[in-house]
Design a protein around this ligand. Structure first.
Ligand code: GLU
Length: 491
């Protein structure tokens, strides 16, 4: 039987989760769901100096918000926990002890001053700084001597030459002869914490990770990881590196992290589906470029073999358009609509406070009608409380004089509409009202259809632009339409 895949997202809790991180998490999630495997969240907090308090919790909250919750995580637990590297220190310590024993690693006693000097010398001769592997050659007796002197030490991994090529799921055959360009890397620091490379390999092994899907910045480290697997005698997982996510112009995503943090998008009224859609739309992994995919569609259509090595160019200016599509879908969905109704009620109360027409505008049926009729026209819920739509919540103040400057027949138009609205059995669909308004215009003597509409639009909304008059009438309902027309004509 083929084992179900296990993938992981391993963010360092050093700041806000942004779009690049979300994309890595999403591709892992899609792969896990598609192949009925498990998606693990592992918090990589081994660099304690850079850990931001609360960031790990924030990351998990945002994955939940985005609709791509992990199956196993610090909060949820799971059979391979703990899921925070700082809680797994013993594992890394015994793993490095094992490498020491096998002669694949060694204690290094070089002082920070010596390492600093090496760095300076290299820079002076315009070479890339690297450790000169001096402590590799210490004899056991020399090591014992230094230990008995109580000198500080770290553990370094012996980088062997002759790495084997590996086949990356995205980049194809690959290898980096790391020993030619790097000194032996530290795997266990003086404070007992592992470095990324050791923790990563030890955890992926012990957590049964079958596929490592991560950012392309780790591609060149993979040969080093494979050397570690070999030293431990473990089978490595498969690797797939995801190309960078860049701005439309090819520049790195905003320098100010806050600008692309998920929390910011959530606060600005973006739906998570819009974000998932845009970051997969600009990238690869799908047969077709298509807008408006749901998460279910993303899972169904995702194919790891279709991820290309091109950077994904993100055009954030298109994000409102993605949101418009997904907002319309939420409005259509009966269950999701209820949540939007509650949100809009709160927004109206917040923005228009005591000035509403009356409490009726907060009624569920009314708010729901507004949403259904404006579906596809708005990108954000908050658009509906902007000044363009204030007429939905507060009565406009319009004078008869204003109406008469548009048409001398304003009174007649108003009277006709009042008749139409109070006609017994009047049907109130937008299509039927449109027809009724056309025939109503024929009864005015000299006002053009467009001017009839202008008069009505102004009387009903105080605006010169906006949704069709028929839609406004349907939204407001006969009683409110009549009230507004009477008020304007008497004012
Ligand atoms: N902690 C690493 C990062 O934040 C994870 C790299 C990996 O997935 O191996 O990029």
């Amino acid at each position: 039987m083929v084992r179900a895949p296990r993938v992981r997202f391993g963010p360092s809790p050093t700041g806000l989760l942004h779009l690049g991180g979300l994309r890595t998490a999403l591709y892992n999630y899609l792969f896990a769901r598609k192949h009925r495997g498990a998606f693990v969240l592992r918090v990589e907090d081994t660099d304690q100096a850079r850990v931001v308090p609360g960031a790990a919790e924030d990351i998990e909250d945002l994955l939940d918000w985005a609709g791509i919750p992990p199956d196993e995580s610090p909060r949820r637990g799971g059979p391979f926990g703990p899921y925070q590297q700082s809680h797994r220190l013993e594992l890394y310590q015994s793993a490095s002890a094992e490498l020491l024993e096998r002669g694949a690693a060694y204690r290094c006693f070089c002082t920070p001053q010596r390492l600093e000097l090496l760095k300076k010398e290299a820079l002076r001769s315009q070479q890339t700084p690297r450790y000169d592997n001096r402590c590799r050659h210490l004899t056991p007796a020399e090591v014992d001597e230094k230990l008995s002197q109580g000198l500080d030490w770290v553990i370094r991994f012996r980088l062997e030459k002759g790495v084997e090529p590996f086949r990356d799921l995205v980049y194809g055959w690959n290898k980096h002869e790391v020993a030619d360009v790097e000194g032996d890397p530290v795997i266990l620091k003086g404070d007992g914490f592992p470095t990324y490379h050791l923790a990563n390999v030890v955890d992926d092994h012990h957590m049964g990770i079958s596929h490592v899907l991560r950012g392309t910045e780790w591609l060149t480290s993979t040969s080093k990881h494979l050397l570690l697997y070999k030293a431990f005698g473990w089978d490595p997982p498969q690797f797939g590196h995801l190309p960078l996510l860049l701005n439309r112009d090819g520049a790195k995503l905003s320098k100010r992290q806050g600008d692309i943090s998920l929390g910011r998008f959530a606060r600005d009224g973006y739906l998570p589906e819009a974000l998932l859609d845009i970051i997969t739309n600009c990238g690869s992994g799908f047969a077709e470029k298509q807008m408006g995919r749901t998460l279910e569609e993303l899972i169904l259509q995702f194919e790891i073999g279709r991820i290309t090595t091109h950077s994904a160019l993100l055009d954030l200016e298109k994000l409102p358009e993605f949101n418009r599509i997904h907002l319309a879908r939420h409005i259509e969905h009966v269950g999701l609509r209820q949540k939007l109704i509650r949100e809009l009620q709160l927004l109206v109360e917040h923005v228009y406070g005591g000035q509403q027409v009356d409490r009726e505008v907060l009624e569920k049926e009314y708010v729901e009608r507004v949403l259904l009729l404006r579906k596809g026209h708005i990108s954000f819920l908050k658009n509906l409380v902007s000044s363009d739509y204030s007429y939905l919540w507060v009565r406009p103040s319009v004078s008869r004089e204003q109406l008469q400057t548009i048409s001398a027949e304003a009174d007649e138009i108003g009277t006709l509409v009042l008749g139409l609205m109070t006609k017994p059995g009047a049907v109130l669909s937008v299509e039927e009202l449109n027809k009724e308004l056309r025939s109503l215009q024929e009864q005015t003597r000299e006002t053009k259809y467009s001017s009839v509409m202008k008069v009505l639009r102004l009387a009903l909304s105080g605006q010169q632009h906006g949704p069709s008059v028929a839609e406004m009438m349907v939204t407001l309902g006969p009683k409110e339409v009549c009230g507004r027309i009477r008020k304007a004509l008497s004012g």
